[in-house]
Design a protein around this ligand. Sequence first.
Ligand code: ZN
Length: 292
Amino acid sequence: VDSYVLENPFRLVFDVHRTSSVVTAPPRPLAPRPEGWFGIRTIVVDPGHGGKATGAIGPSGVQEKDLTLELARELKSRLEHRLPVRVVLTRDNDIEVDHDVRTAIANQNQADLFISIHLNSSLGEGAHGAETYFLSTEASDARAAQAAATENLGTDSAVPEDTAAQDLQLILWDLAQTHHLAESQRLANLIQGELNETLQLKDRGVKQAPFRVLMGATMPAVLVEVGFVSNPEEEKKLQDSSYRLALVEALTRAVGRYKAVAENREQPPGDRAPVASPAAPGAGVGGPASPP
Ligand SMILES: [Zn+2]
């Protein structure tokens, strides 16, 4: 066993070497953050579904998995063009990826933000607009519960069969995201606001629901349903690259605003506590600073 210390934030790292002949991918070394930098540098963008998991299918046969991939690729390119960030996609082709693997990719890459992209569906053809979600074990309403139930369908090998084990897993995974809920909500609000404004969408609001793909993410994480593929009009618009670009622009602006606020507020861990000054910068913006 090797051990070593990394700083910013301070952490003790143990490398445990396998002695059996079973070979797995080697753990990526944790890259220390550059001196004096505590901001948003890595963003993981997650195109929903893939492979056999088509996601929602529109009236004319458009598949959610194809549109989410298009949107994610466009978002990566736009974000990297506009901001000094690295964007990692959880998939860049038409393959099936477990929900848990998607968050694991974000965690392994030490992502500062996780954005899962989806398209909504509804039995009623009239439903339209965008919805942004962050995690909760309780859905904020029946519609949110339905959205999570639909998105959670998949072929996750990691999902245990019995309900008690599933509940336990849900609670454990939920704990990982608990520390980041305030920031997830802040990001969700910015995204929803930009989407509403740019596209003059009906505000379906920021909601919470138990989305499996957000559980276990150890960073602010949101799921965006950018439109209803079940709505014939929106299905048509979503196939138009200029419409998609407008969506991607809105998401990019939201991330840019989030990044600016987060980096303005963040201080080196050593300078954070104790905060005795009545005019502590950042107080009231996101609650108390999280412990290092
Ligand atoms: Zn979906």
